[in-house]
Design a binder for this molecule. Structure first.
Ligand code: SAH
Length: 246
């Protein structure tokens, strides 16, 4: 089954952009997924082809009109989840990405200016999604972020080696740090344990580091998933962590 992505934007020329290279680009060429970028402006009805108007109640900027957005959405709606990119949305998570990747595809609505007329969300059952706590100038880069995260999970896109199961967020923890050759570089050496060949010890060390780094950098993840209390990977005898109080 092909994963079908429809993006609605005022700048369809931005696509596929970075999604046309590397992993996602190859998968696109192979037909594992498909991408169609529609221009919201094509659904404007007045002679100036306007898609926006001034905000009700006053204030700076312009707001995308609900009637134009509705027509654009109706042109692609077919039961796939419809997501609207907005900093006011629910933050995107790897769990949501996984669900989306298991489905038939996704419809992504990209905002510009001050964003969308609020009525469109309920009228079209749009899921408001944010890609982080900062403000972009448009939803297009956010749409690319969502698609890139989904596409790499599609069957046949990543090599068997990287099923992604140990990656950041999949376990409620950030991933452990990686090292590669040279063994010594600029006076810094690869941690001894990683060169020990003792797989149980390595697994325990990795788990410890994942917990430690998550505590330090993302205490919110620990709280949300109870990640710190998770059992270490099977086969690993977990040495007691130098539990840092955060
Ligand atoms: N006035 C809005 C920001 C508009 S930014 C506010 O303060 O909430 C213009 C467009 O960029 C938005 O409509 C949205 O589609 C996109 N955008 C900006 N930041 C984003 C984010 N963090 N996540 C998802 N989309 C974002």
């Amino acid at each position: 089954m092909q994963f079908r992505a429809s993006v609605l934007t005022l700048y369809p020329d931005m696509f596929p952009g970075p999604l046309g290279t590397s992993l996602a680009g190859r998968a696109l060429e192979e037909g594992i997924w498909n991408l169609e970028a529609g221009n919201i402006r094509d659904f404007a009805t007045d002679k100036h082809r306007s898609v926006d108007d001034t905000p009700a109640g006053g204030g700076a900027g312009m707001v995308l009109r609900p009637d134009v957005l509705a027509a654009a959405l109706d042109s692609v709606a077919d039961g796939r989840p419809m997501l609207a990119l907005t900093p006011r949305g629910t933050p995107l998570t790897q769990a949501r990405v996984r669900q989306l990747a298991e489905g038939e595809g996704v419809i992504l609505l990209c905002g510009r200016f001050e964003g969308f007329d609020e009525r469109i969300f309920e009228a079209k059952s749009l899921e408001p999604v944010s890609v982080g706590d900062y403000v972009l100038s448009g939803g297009e880069l956010g749409a690319m972020v969502i698609l890139d995260a989904c596409v790499r999970l599609l069957p046949g896109v990543m090599g068997a080696a990287s099923s992604g199961e140990e990656e950041s967020f999949e376990t409620g923890l950030l991933e452990y740090p990686h090292y590669t050759r040279p063994v010594e570089w600029e006076g810094r050496t690869i941690p001894e344990v990683l060169r020990s060949g003792d797989h149980a010890k390595i697994a325990a060390w990795r788990h410890e580091r994942a917990v430690e780094d998550t505590r330090l950098r993302r205490p919110d993840l620990i709280e949300r998933h109870g990640g710190a209390s998770q059992a270490p990977p099977s086969g690993a005898q977990r040495r007691d962590t130098k539990a840092k109080k955060t």
